[in-house]
Design a protein around this ligand. Structure first.
Ligand code: IPM
Ligand code: MG
Length: 372
């Protein structure tokens, strides 16, 4: 029996290409693992009406963690049109399987390191080392949404908050509401993870990014909890900032920042910006981490137009693999893999198109494997 069981979820489009790249690196490292294929993605939405089949959830429950490639997501109406004819008109509604996995397995930390590897021609600057902690299970992506707005919901909201009566004359089908749910526990655990990380890796500050001047209740709670948690880490400064201004400062003075923490949607946005500072989505990796289980993935999507062409940059997937190894406690392997990636980027000989090169996904993976 192998030491680890890893759920292997290539998903859609180029997810398949980059997962093949990950496997090249893992095999070279000699990780003692069984890789269990699990179905996920668009194909299963179209054919079964379920992009995250129960059999996949069952596999995940038997694994130490999961590695995930990418999925295609489309808005509600478009998704419904692509369903197999026998599934049409059954009222099936598409919802992102990765968002559901995060919630289902309570993978509350979305860890997104964004580090400028020396020699990467896509670096905005070479001195950037940011780590985004995105809350991964609640906030605006809780999935509590209404459209049309039921009369009872409208009435209750109006009863408890007179500001709602401003929308009284709007017909139910002309108003949509998404709830931004922030819980004390949700806020506390993500902020604590950010502080613990700062402490472990010697970052002097944690920047808590919200918008408490407008979102008085939800961002306000995040800030109050942040101050409370900060008391347990007297050596680390808590910087409280607003999301809008922070986006400007990140472009202006990225080297002022290290660990960033924020709620779900702000984190989604901040992490794409931070990724662009260090080479774009070809370098952005994520860990979706809970207390007992985790799923690692590149932050990019499935890029359907490049599907099967082995064209896209595998570094994001390889860095996600590195995060997985770290989380499993295989720190030597994680370091070997990161050093190999660093060396390949620094040499600049083997590069995919986004970095100005002409190599394939798998050639880059082979080059990384050779350095291991
Ligand atoms: C990400 C992605 C996902 C998200 C999408 C694909 C649902 O943008 O991981 O950042 O919004 O979380
Ligand atoms: Mg995103």
């Amino acid at each position: 029996m192998s030491k680890y069981r890893i759920a292997w979820m290539p998903g859609d489009g180029i997810g398949v290409d980059v997962m093949e790249a990950a496997r090249i690196a893992l095999d070279k490292l000699g990780l003692d693992a069984d890789y269990i294929h699990a179905d996920i993605g668009w194909e299963f939405w179209c054919s079964e009406g379920e992009p995250l089949p129960q059999r996949t959830i069952d596999i995940l429950k038997t694994c130490d963690c999961g590695l995930f490639g990418a999925i295609t997501s489309r808005p509600k109406e478009e998704a419904a049109l692509e369903l197999a004819p026998e599934l049409q008109d059954k009222g099936l509604v598409y919802s992102s399987p990765i968002v559901r996995l995060r919630q289902m397995f309570d993978l509350y930390t979305n860890l997104r390191p964004c580090k400028a590897y020396p020699g990467n021609p896509l670096n905005y600057r070479d001195d950037i080392d940011l780590v985004v902690f995105r809350e991964n299970t609640e906030g605006l992506y809780s999935g509590v949404e209404f459209h049309p707005l039921p009369e009872g919901v409208f009435a209750t909201l109006t009863q408890y908050n007179p500001k709602m009566s401003r929308f009284e004359s709007v017909p139910a089908e002309d108003i949509a509401v998404s709830l931004r749910v922030i819980t004390r526990n949700g806020a506390e655990r993500i902020i604590r993870k950010a502080f613990e990380y700062a402490q472990q890796f010697d970052y002097p500050t944690v920047t808590l990014i919200e918008k408490p001047n407008v979102l008085r209740e939800t961002s306000g709670l995040m800030m109050r909890v942040g101050r409370q948690v900060a008391k347990d880490f007297p050596d680390i400064d808590l910087w409280e900032t607003n999301i809008d201004a922070q986006m400007m400062w990140l472009l202006k003075n990225p080297d002022d920042y290290g660990v960033l923490v924020t709620s779900n949607m702000f984190g989604d946005i901040v992490s794409d910006l931070a990724a662009q500072l260090v080479g774009g989505l070809g370098f952005a990796a994520s860990g979706n981490i809970g207390d007992e289980f985790a799923v690692f993935e590149p932050t990019h999507g499935s890029a359907p137009k490049y599907e099967g062409q082995y064209k896209v940059n595998p570094h994001a997937m390889l860095l996600a693999t590195k995060l997985m190894l770290e989380w499993l406690g295989e720190t030597d392997m994680a370091e070997q893999l990161e050093n190999a990636i660093t060396a390949v980027v620094a040499e600049g000989k083997v590069r995919t198109y986004d970095m100005g090169g002409g190599n394939t996904t798998l050639e880059v993976a082979e080059a990384v494997a050779e350095k291991i």
